[in-house]
Design a protein around this ligand. Sequence first.
Ligand code: ADP
Ligand code: MG
Length: 701
Amino acid sequence: MGPSSLDTPLVYLKGVGPHRAELLKKELGIQTYGDLLAYYPFRYIDRTRFYKIAETTADLPYVQILVRLKSFELIGEGRKKRLLAQAIDDTGEIELVWFQGISWVQKHLVLNQVYVIFGKVNFFNAKAQMAHPEIELYQKNALSRGNLKLQPVYSTTEKLKQHALDAKGIQKLTANVLDSCLQEVINLLPEYVIQQYKLVPRAQALYQIHFPSNAEDLRVAQNTLKYEELFQIQFRMLRAKLIRTQKFKGHIFDTVGEKFNRFYHELLPFPLTNAQKRVVKEIRTDTQRGSQMNRLVQGDVGSGKTVVALMTMLLAVDNGFQACLMAPTEILATQHYLSLKALLKDDFVSIALLTGSTKKRERAKIAAMLESGELSILIGTHALIEDSVQFKNLGLAVIDEQHRFGVEQRAKLWRKNFIPPHVLVMTATPIPRTLAMTLYGDLDVSVIDELPAGRKPIETLHLFESQRLRMFGFMKREIAKGRQVYMVYPLIQESAKLDLKNLLDGVETMRHEFPLPKYQISIVHGQLKADEKEFEMQRFVKGQTHIMVATTVIEVGVNVPNASVMVIENAERFGLSQLHQLRGRVGRGAEQSYCILMSGDKLSKDGRTRLETMVKSSDGFEIAEIDLQLRGPGNIEGKEQSGVMELKLADLAMDQHILAEARKTVIKIFEEDPQLEKPEHQCLKILLLKSDTGITLNKIS
Ligand code: ADP
Ligand code: MG
């Protein structure tokens, strides 16, 4: 493939000199003709039709209306001065408002003339209003020229505007590029895919997205480019996966040995759920195939992922390999270590904990045992991926709460061996299917979609600040029954000090209601040293304190079955999935558990929806789906590695069906033509040339 004129630097484009080229690069990152074509409008102004006043609603975008000006009225003084105009059509009345440029408006606009007004309609007391409309005298012949269009609007910056690169300026440049090299735009998608999904050729899509002839053509153009975007991500991910399975041999765990059996038949204190059994089976299949396993296990909080991880690790050990389990925080790693030790009862498997605060001497001992192979299972934090940690024969890496580990970090583990270990990733953050496909497109996904039997659903209620005493009363009754209570305060990084103050104030208020020595309180927050934190946590774990007041450090993993109440302060400040995670801290014992969401009396619309969702639903996947709708994918951790950030048009919440179709297509292509030898797939080879997706898997050897 030779150089395309789409790669031409912008400085050569008509209307762009060196100075503007530099500005475009600096301000918008646009450097070539192609970049400019990929700089899509962020909205369109509908100039294709006139609305009637009676038809307008507050959720319409910008509209144009034909009106007759009826009266002007100047009101207010000084800075509050504004000009109101009443305008009518045959369906109603609309008020026009100007705060600035008043004398210009007064001088140029004429009563009883017909004008085209253009802008956003708002409603005050059910009366339509438009502030600072674009306004021009209505000319019949302008209509007949057929220049009514969907006008693209590009986002731009103050600096660019100063150099005549406002939305219109950018549009002009885009037109120049389209004029000079549209014919060079080639299709990325195979012809039959374009046909099958009713898309259009790439050149046409690019033209239409910048200069739509009508709403329908625009929709098809957008669909095409969205499809292409999502297709590319899936193509790269699934190809990486293909290469990985072809290239990387995997250790074969074909023995179910003494340790696995001993645990399963003698120590496991409960029957596995069907979902757990299914996942263990999937893992067994993966690990006998001879290629590397990369499996994501999704399971709601409390679904029992830890046991699945442990059984997989025992399988590795039975086959002569070492295993490690990596957790995102020290508290979690410690908790895993303790609960695995408890599950294993005695020392028939050697297991150790390595974190940032492991003492030097202990560290050295662990290192020696790792290298000699004496140590079978290592639990820890990021400390595990330090270069000083060398396994003798790592066969399995389990990563808990993977979204906090990047692909890079995963890869780092693998370099430690010649044959990479199997990787099992566990996440308690249920991720909507669409997002899982995009974020973890290179992983196989298992779902534990069943909670252990006998769990009582957690009762969730939402109380306002004015009902605080009721909440305190409830806490006291639960504590009197021998239960324990979590009380969580939000933590926002930027104002950690303020949040801490919030928490401490809260504790002080509580003290009146919960006096010493009758009520013992643990306080845990980010400003404590690790050992202080640990001490306070342990007091609660051992049942020495009744209430644990904490910031979100307890979000994941902490397991205290006797705790039956989770109070979340300022619940409206938390995201949905975080609320769900927190709620999962209770309901782990036999008792009925409760989650109380405390909020201020005033709530935003989103805040209200979040709290209502929590009260209504306990299904992590449903909650995750609603979360995605509310927040968009922008806030979901892990997205940086996945290409989601690069999405220009597609919206993972809105365009799930396109993603599903694109993925299906890519899977089929790789099944039928893995080497891309068919003539109709030659167009895809350009995707092989394009560099990195952030997936480093195929670069390891
Ligand atoms: P998570 O999936 O959130 O990591 P855990 O693995 O911590 O969940 O399990 C939550 C609790 O449920 C633990 O106390 C665990 O021992 C228990 N558990 C796990 N599997 C089962 C099961 N099949 N039956 C009963 N209890 C189970
Ligand atoms: Mg867990």
